[in-house]
Design a binder for this molecule. Structure first.
Ligand SMILES: [Zn+2]
Length: 457
């Protein structure tokens, strides 16, 4: 009974805390008033660690512009802004992405990504700088982890326990509370309140770096005019807090005269940047970049485990999963990233399939294998047998290894190693699939599996 009363008290205490914290950011603020980061359960160091991990994920999932001049251009603007005291000295980085939509996003602790479409849409360098200053403000005000902290309030005790034990990385913890690290979830939508703050602090950073902050207001106005049925992406990831342009103008009015007197009106290299952006190659589709990001880069290392099927047994990498009914004679063994989700369904990009084929007319191993290859090519039209053949002995049986090529679901060419062994049950086959480009690094498990294969009676 006492316990229940105690529990009730704790719950209401939590409710009060929650309400207080959520209201704290909503207090009215006047233009020019200082802005400080809100409630946060993470440390600044954790912001930086989290952002570094997320940035590595993002780089795999986007098409980074391969032009060093353009990357230097965007970095130079960013560094000028990041040097201002309001940027709070985070380890900022600025990366240009080959993506025509108008957008930019910041990760906790400093990594900032800018779409090439932003340069294409801007009228001058100060407008590009305006968006970068807005992103820097999100980092300095720690809006990403502030939002995660609010979301985690209900699970706060669990998150803190995880931190104490130290088993999970911050990224894992964020994932646990439902804010994943994929490129889609990283480009999270901030609250209107956070947008207001980023506009205000961004205005200040922009002015201090010598850019006329009125261009920030001009650019937002331009984006809003382009609205209609498909507003620029920037406005969906950075929603208009309401009267955006008017508020930025009021913030400019409140700037100290010492700042507003020293605007740099030189054109810079903006025209050259626009010219180079217009010449960028067509960016790959979302599906292509996503599939490529999932492609394995190295084979499994370490332990093997015995897989027992009805008629054979074989060693498989311990970290791989066996799919299908293991009591039958058709088994697929693959790592988790080996199954690729495509528009036409799941496809095996890296792994092994083992089964039996019943030849129709073939009278020897070579002919039976030829029939099977035709069968496989019928299922996957990209498959062709350009590769060679070699004879092997498997568990005392004569076998044939045939090399085939096809189209990898990760993009690019795929290599298939087909082992065939005649058995009383039919033609046993084991086909190993991997992207051709990395086949040598990835084929070790195939060799190990072939060596370990034993037929059961
Ligand atoms: Zn924003």
């Amino acid at each position: 009974m006492r316990f229940m009363v105690h529990g009730g008290v704790r719950r209401s205490w939590m409710a009060v805390l929650l309400t207080a914290l959520l209201l704290a950011g909503c207090a009215a603020r006047h233009p020019g008033d200082p802005i400080k980061p809100g409630f946060n359960v993470y440390s600044k160091e954790q912001d930086i660690e989290l952002g570094r991990q997320a940035a590595a994920e993002v780089r795999k999932q986007v098409a980074v512009v391969q032009n060093p001049w353009l990357q230097n251009y965007i970095s130079a603007i960013g560094k000028k802004l990041a040097a201002q005291p309001e940027a709070e000295g985070y380890p900022y980085s600025f990366t240009l992405i080959n993506e025509p939509s108008i957008n930019a996003f910041a990760l906790p602790g400093g990594p900032i990504f800018v779409n090439s479409g932003l340069i294409a849409a801007a009228d001058n360098e100060a407008q590009v700088a305006g968006v970068l200053a807005h992103e820097i403000a999100h980092v300095a005000l720690r809006h990403g982890t502030n939002q995660a902290s609010k979301a985690s309030l209900i699970q706060l005790p669990a998150v803190l326990a995880g931190m104490a034990i130290g088993q999970d990385s911050v990224a894992d913890q964020i994932a646990q509370i439902g804010l994943g690290l994929g490129v889609n979830s990283v480009i999270m939508k901030y609250s209107r309140d956070a947008e207001n703050q980023a506009d205000a602090l961004g205005t200040r950073i922009l002015a201090e770096a010598g850019y006329n902050p009125i261009e920030m207001a001009n650019f937002f106005e331009k984006l809003q005019e382009q609205g209609g049925s498909r507003p620029p992406q920037f406005l969906s990831s950075h929603p208009d807090p309401g009267n955006r342009v008017t508020k930025v103008q009021a913030e400019i009015q409140a700037l100290p005269a010492s700042v507003t007197r020293k605007f740099d009106t030189s054109v810079g290299n903006f025209a050259e940047a626009k010219r180079l952006v217009a010449q960028l190659p067509k960016p790959p589709s979302k599906e292509q970049t996503l599939a490529r990001s999932q492609a394995p880069t190295e084979g499994p290392s370490g332990a093997m485990r015995t897989l027992r099927a009805r008629t054979f047994q074989v060693a498989r990498p311990a970290g791989w999963q066996a799919f299908g009914d293991q009591s039958s004679s058709t088994v697929t063994v693959a790592p988790r990233q080996g199954l690729v989700e495509t528009s036409t369904g799941a496809s095996l990009g890296y792994g092994v399939v083992m089964s039996y084929y019943q030849p129709r007319t073939a009278s020897n191993l070579g002919e039976a294998t030829g029939e099977l290859v035709n069968q496989l090519a019928g299922l996957d039209r990209s498959i062709q047998s350009r590769g060679g053949q070699r004879r092997v002995t498997v568990s005392g049986n004569p076998g044939l290894v045939t090399t085939l090529y096809g189209q990898s679901p990760y993009g690019g060419a795929e290599r298939l190693m087909l082992l065939t062994v005649p058995r009383p049950e039919g033609l046993f086959y084991m086909v190993f699939v991997a992207p051709d480009r990395r086949f040598e690094q990835l084929s070790a498990p195939f060799e190990q599996m072939v060596d370990s294969l034993e037929f059961r009676r």
